[in-house]
Design a protein around this ligand. Structure first.
Ligand code: GLN
Length: 336
């Protein structure tokens, strides 16, 4: 598949396999009922390995749907700001695909869930934090190291500006979250240096980690995540601003990587229940993309053991089902 000696297809994607979202009033009803159903679920713990994140109000709960046509629907604390954390990963990967081409990005970063053959026993032994794709920290730091720019400052500006174009507004950065993580960041620094040893980091290790940590501290809300997701659902054009953020050809690749590894070791369960590419973050955000239809952003800080927002996952599963978003769903052609 797309090996170096095989010319890349120049297909112009004339056909897509997706439809549209249901009417607005149905989306409003479903969002409200998801919020009602899950707001009393208090399972899970707020993340505390980044010290400042531990002080968040665990009851916060919001969700937003933005259609590929730019319709917006929100419920609860959809405008409460939080640091984007790992939800930045697919978007920075998208920007790097756009800058380098998705083929080069795949070559340098990998897009498999373990990087080892399907039947490897070693993959099981090594899987914890060692998978090589842009959705886990190793691959994400490597992705950030590939961001255009000669200096850390230029790379950071590219990331901040690029994430802002996805969100359709100028995104701020939370200095306190950055300082807090930067002071407790040895694991990521270690990962970056290890990658450097293996020749798989493309910029200075400490500075790459620093830009990555800043990237994780960018402030968003659930509505921003929905707009960012809707941009990936809309062939790379932000449906609110009308601005093209990345080339259409890259969107389906970014979504494929999200589908493979966006929910870490729970990605299989997520796909089984929800059937959509998604990406979670440790501060409680989840972005989910329904190609051609729209983006969904959820925010609620209590996390399950894998670091995924409990209410966010429940809300996403509910909406995927009720709004008919699961990309694997079909019914017999003879059904009606
Ligand atoms: N900044 C966090 C880290 O690198 C992001 C992790 C996450 O959101 N899952 O550890």
């Amino acid at each position: 598949m797309a090996d170096g000696d095989v010319p890349e297809l120049t297909v112009t994607d004339p056909y897509v396999s997706t439809g549209r979202l249901p009417p607005s009033d149905e989306i409003d009803v479903m969002l409200a009922s998801a919020h009602e159903l899950y707001r009393d679920i208090t399972r899970g713990e707020v993340a505390d390995y980044i010290p400042v994140l531990a002080s968040v109000d665990p009851e916060l709960f919001g969700a937003c749907v933005v259609s590929a046509g730019g319709r917006e629907h929100s419920v609860g604390d959809s405008r409460h700001p939080f640091s984007i954390q790992s939800v930045s990963k697919p978007f920075v990967f998208a920007l790097v695909c756009d800058a380098l081409g998705h083929r080069k990005a795949r070559e340098l970063l990998g897009v498999n869930s373990t990087g080892l053959p399907f039947n490897s026993v070693m993959a099981i032994e090594l899987n914890e934090h060692r998978t090589m794709n842009p959705m886990v920290n190793a691959g994400a730091i490597a992705t950030t190291s590939l961001v255009p720019g000669d200096t850390a400052e230029q790379k950071w500006e590219f990331v901040r500006e690029g994430l802002s174009r996805f969100a359709g507004r100028s995104l701020e950065f939370d200095e306190e979250v950055y300082e807090s993580e930067a002071a407790a960041n040895l694991r990521n620094v270690g990962i970056a240096h290890l990658l450097e040893c293996y020749g798989q980091l493309y910029f200075d290790a400490d500075q790459s980690t620093d830009v990555y940590t800043r990237q994780c501290s960018v402030l968003v809300d659930a509505r921003d995540l929905a707009v960012m997701g809707a941009t990936l659902a809309d062939g790379g054009v932000n449906p609110i601003t009308g601005e093209r953020v990345i080339a259409t050809a890259h969107c389906k690749r970014v979504l494929a990587v999200m589908a493979t590894a966006g929910l870490y070791e729970r990605s299989g369960e997520w796909m089984y229940e929800i059937g959509l590419p998604g990406k979670s973050g440790v501060s409680g955000g989840i972005v989910t993309v329904s190609p051609g239809k729209g983006g969904l952003g959820t925010f609620s800080p209590r996390l399950d053991a894998a670091g995924n927002s409990v209410r966010g996952a429940l809300t996403t599963a509910y909406l995927s089902d009720r709004l008919g978003l699961n990309i694997y769903a079909s019914e017999p052609a003879t059904a009606g």
